[in-house]
Design a protein around this ligand. Sequence first.
Ligand code: SF4
Length: 345
Amino acid sequence: MSVSYFLNDITNETPIGLGLISGGLDSLIACLVLKLQGIKVVALNFKSPFCICDKAYKNVECGLNLYSDKLDIKTYHLQKEDDYLDVIQNPKFGYGKNLNPCIDCRIYILKKAKLFAEKINADFIFTGEVLDQRPKSQNLKALRIIEEESNLKGKLLRPLSALMLKPTILEREGLIDRSRLLGIKGRSRKKQLELARAHGLLNEYNACGGCLLTEKEFANRMKDYLKFSKNPTMEGVTLLKYGRHFRFNGAKIIIGRNELENDFLLQLKGSDGLIMEASDVKGPITLIQGNVEEAVIKFAARLTLRYSDAIKSRGEVIYGRDSSILNEYLLVEKATQESLKPYLL
Ligand code: SF4
C-alpha cells in the first residue's frame, strides 16, 4: 500500500499512518489515538528558523522525545526550505494575526508530507488539527481548503475531530475504526490532557512547537528582511533570531546581546559585512550588512559603544571585514536611547 492506494486497491492490511507533529499536545494525542487502535504510526516534523523551541539556542528537552521513548514511534524531520519564503510573501489564503500564513503553511507541509509518505510507503497522512481550535486556520472551511489544496481530499485524517467531520475514505473502507476516533471541537484541551494523563505522557510532556511568525516583534523584523533582501533565504532568516536589530540608511546593524549571540553573529556573518567591537572594554559583536557607508559605520559604532561596558560617553571601536583582523578605528559618542529608537526593529 502507499498513499495512492486510498482510492483503489484497498486490502485489510494494517495501514501505516504518517502523522504531522509539531511537538504540541494535539499531535501527540492524535498519534496516541491511532496507536490505541493498532495502527502503525510514523511521525514527521518540519523544522525551520521560525520554530520557537530552539529560539534560546539551548539544548531544550524537546517534547518530540516522547514519540520514540513512550509511544515507540519513529520520527522523521524535514526542513522547510527557501520555497517556504514564497508562501510567506504571497499567501493565497492570507495571514493570521501577524505574518503567519497558517492555511498556506499547512498546505505547504502537507504537499511535502505527501511526497514523503510515498517515499517511505506510508498509506495515509494524519494531523493533530482540531476543528475550531483556531478561528482562522482550523474552522470547517479552512480544514476543507487545506485538504483540497494539498490534493488530499477525503484522505486526510484528523483523529481528534474526526467525529465532527465527514468520514475519510479510510474510515469508510473500515481501515480505521471511526468509533475509536474523537469528536473534539474548540479551544479546550481537556480531553487531550485527560488522555495524556491516563497514558503517562503528561509528566514528561514538554511543550514545544510555536512559531515566530505569530510574534509581532519577529514579524516586523521579517517584513524588513523581505523588503530589503533581493534573494531572501532561510539562512538569512536565522540571523533575525539573534541580537538587537537596526535598519539605518538601508544597512542592517545587528548587535549581540550575550556571548552566545556574539558567536552566532561571527558564524553567520557570511562573506560580506563588517564586524565591529569596542576597543579595550568588554562589549558586543556588531555585524553590519548591506550599504556600508560612512554614516552607517558611525551609527553602528555609537551603538556598539552604547551596549559595551564602556563607562565614559566617548570611546573607540575597531572594525573590519575579517573578525580576526579588525584594523580600522573610530572614536565616537555613545548612542542615546532617543537617537537609536527610530531605527530599532
Ligand atoms: S503558526 Fe506558523 S508553523 Fe503553525 S501553521 Fe501558522 S505559519 Fe505554520
